[in-house]
Design a protein around this ligand. Structure first.
Ligand code: ADP
Ligand code: ZN
Length: 220
């Protein structure tokens, strides 16, 4: 039994929130490259500062940088029983690198769940998004507002709008997604791993959809 799962979806598809929830439920780490890169940037490491230049404008961080980060993360003991990958892979080159990283110790992916959300809905979600600086919880000005404006309900941390949630960067991220990441759907379809899940609807319905998509792999 294993839980080696990828949550695939456009920016704003909700994969971060779902990955956090399901990883906790399954007792495996959520491996979110966006969070790892933002953390590196916040610490001001050379790698983090280089990554930030790409992230702030909505472009992708170079494959080599991200692949190195993920390879290191997957080698840690807590990833042995499985993981939920969130935001990686984002290019076909990253997907091929992941296959190689897993093949080395004789492992493979169990399922790739694709969260399907329309472009209009993605735009609406991304521009209204606010994130807690302290714990990373996500809010939406219209559909999931915090109880006190600008403060996280869970930890009272400050809420902010990510640089890359500004309108121009959002448009760029969606274009980058279409060009570079959407081809992964065909890649995993060919590998027999892909399961599409309707990403619009309530948070709980979407979670249930993902559970159903991975059922039969030992994860749900
Ligand atoms: P979202 O999915 O909402 O865009 P993420 O937090 O996953 O948010 O990613 C934010 C940014 O981090 C991306 O726009 C990109 O610049 C960078 N990033 C994250 N993961 C990757 C990756 N696998 N490859 C390249 N860049 C990445
Ligand atoms: Zn918080």
């Amino acid at each position: 039994m294993s839980n080696r799962i990828i949550l695939l979806g456009a920016p704003g598809s909700g994969k971060g929130t779902q990955a956090r929830h399901l990883a906790a439920e399954w007792g495996v780490p959520q491996i979110a490259t966006g969070d790892m890169l933002r953390e590196a940037a916040a610490h001001g490491s050379p790698l983090g500062l280089e990554a930030k230049r790409y992230m702030d404008t909505g472009g992708l961080v170079p494959d080599g940088v991200v692949i190195g980060l993920v390879a290191e993360r997957l080698a840690r003991p807590d990833a042995k029983a499985g993981f939920v990958l969130d935001g990686f892979p984002r290019t076909v080159a990253q997907a091929e690198a992941l296959d190689r990283i897993l093949r080395e110790p004789g492992l493979s992916l169990d399922r790739v769940a694709f969260l399907d959300v329309s472009r209009a809905e993605l735009l609406r979600r991304l521009t209204g998004r606010r994130v807690c600086r302290r714990c990373g919880a996500a809010y939406h000005l219209v559909s999931a507002p915090p109880q006190t404006s600008d403060r996280c309900d869970a930890c009272k941390g400050e809420l902010y709008q990510r640089e890359d949630d500004a309108p121009a960067a959002v448009a760029r991220r969606l274009d980058v997604y279409e060009k570079q990441t959407a081809p992964l759907l065909a890649y995993y379809e060919r590998g027999g791993l892909l399961a599409a899940v309707r990403g619009e609807g309530s948070m709980d319905d979407v979670t249930a959809g993902i559970r159903k998509a991975v059922r039969g792999t030992g994860a749900a």
